[in-house]
Design a protein. Sequence first.
Length: 259
Amino acid sequence: MKNFHMALTARQPVDCFFFPDSSGTIEALGGLSDCLPDHVQAFGIVRRTGPDNSWSLRDLADYSRECLSKVHQENAICMIGWSFGASLAFETTRLLEECNYSVKMLVMIDPEPPTKPLREDYFSAIKLFGWEMDKQNVNHDDIYATVITNGINETRRLLPPSIANAVSINQNKNIDIFSRSLYNIIKHLKLLVNYQPEKVVHPECVIYIKAKHTNHNFNEWQTWFKSKKLFFKELDGDHRSLIINPNVQIISNMIEEAI
């Protein structure tokens, strides 16, 4: 009878793929991964390296699709992306569907809207670093030189809040770490500025999480989903507090219930 009971309550294994923010640091999503149930197997999508200015979001998504296909077996697929990673998870889902993969769940945690509203902030940032509008050559040396000249606090003040606030508090104490983090953020912001979804995706379930203190608009993403289940939740806090407790536990519970 015990074995029969276990068979009834067994959960379908799930391969869960995590896409981090523009820092590319997968450990930032470790808290959410730790909260998920035992039948969920977590994989971190680490972004490729290469000539930065030749990348597009679709290039990164195609590389993510290749990585995913190498480890995925027959389990259900769940895609979880935070910030920049949410847009990348969406685009990777689209490519997977084109290759006849079925995505069970797409979880988008506070993504930037897909309708290019970041263009003004991005151009304000590149003006600060002395880059030409038509070339937009994102490079670390210019950012580092600007931070050396102005200092960390003044550089943060001169940047648009959406960019300055994306740098975590832990990265504010060291100029090299701060400038490197800022470089990664602006490099990925350039990809979002030039990105527009091409096709609607069809995962079985979509979970969209928004921070109460960000101005991201769910309606701008909603038209790109055709799913049986669509859940929207606004949580207390800002963009970064979504990936720490108590919010990660709330998100984990939503994922477990939907799976």
